[in-house]
Design a binder for this molecule. Sequence first.
Ligand code: NAD
Ligand code: ISE
Length: 335
Amino acid sequence: MTLKIGVVGVGMIGREHIQRLGNKLVGAQVVALNDVNAKQAEDVAARLPGAKTYSTGEALIAASEVDAVVVTSWGPTHETYVLAAIKAGKPVFCEKPLATTAAASLRIVEAEVASGRHLVQVGFQRRYDKGYRALKKTINDGVIGAPLMIHCAHRNPSVPEAYVSDMAIVDTFIHEIDALRWLIGDDYVSAQVIVPRNTRHTHAMLDDPIIVLLATRNGVRIDGEVFVNCRYGYDIQCQVVGEDGIASLPEPESVPLRRDARLSTSIMQDWKLRFIDSYDVELQDWIEAAKTGKVNGPNAWDGYFAAVTADACLEAKRTGAVIPIVTSPRPAFYD
Ligand code: NAD
Ligand code: ISE
């Protein structure tokens, strides 16, 4: 069976996902497109045989030819479209964040639970990355004993002018928030944010870098640096310190070069390339699971947990205080 997919939001990552769904992955076909920028949707449709455009996301989601939905529009629009997909009883892959607030994410959780069907997957692709999976296996196999601390960093060479302070948490560090919780199978209980001296490469609306401190239920302490004008490259670091050893996220492959009296490897510049394989694995897995009414990847509860944590980090940054991370009770539906 071919899963007929409608995509809402054909901006940068929407177009990338459309490409991979059409050219790399199997078992799916993009048949419907919508974007608030209608011309952009028309342009993409013109290059996609068999795809037509819809004037609203809601119309696309309700269309009988659409079996499943990919939401790649701006974050503040996610809630509306994910709720519409749940209402239509259609599997939905929603790019991160699930919604921009914890309250909106909880409404999605409640709607999914009420529907009685597992329909929602969130685009936290790092769970599908080979390196993160190898690191998780090392931890799960007990090689380093119980995890005690995690030191991590999310560094981008630069960000556009429109990127402002909250985005360092809700757009960028949200990947670590989900990935680390999954990595050690533990939930966060508090957050604190420290703002060091700003780099001269930032602007008035962006504190850069910041350090996020998280504590987990089992007492693991996490320090996460977010530095989005680091200049030198896109660099994701993760080191898990355990009782018996230390395990680190593998570096992306790069040929060691001896030249001009130097030994060097290159560092990626573009975040899109760093996790490119994991986007493929993630969407292929979603296609297969959606056909059988399952969600294998990060679900609505994970999206909600990430949103609660992000909200706590924002408050922690605003107040300088240690903020408790408190969720509503986890429905048995997600066990
Ligand atoms: P973008 O601005 O390039 O594209 C967003 C698109 O949504 C635009 O074409 C815009 O016109 C459209 N849009 C806005 N409001 C809409 C509405 N109401 N209905 C339909 N379309 C609407 O942004 P992007 O970089 O492609 O990001 C899109 C989403 O994907 C964001 O949530 C972002 O956080 C997420 N994202 C995830 C990753 C990842 O690594 N998983 C990477 C980049 C972006
Ligand atoms: C971007 O929004 C993403 O989601 C990328 O995966 C991330 O690594 C990048 O730093 C963000 O800005």
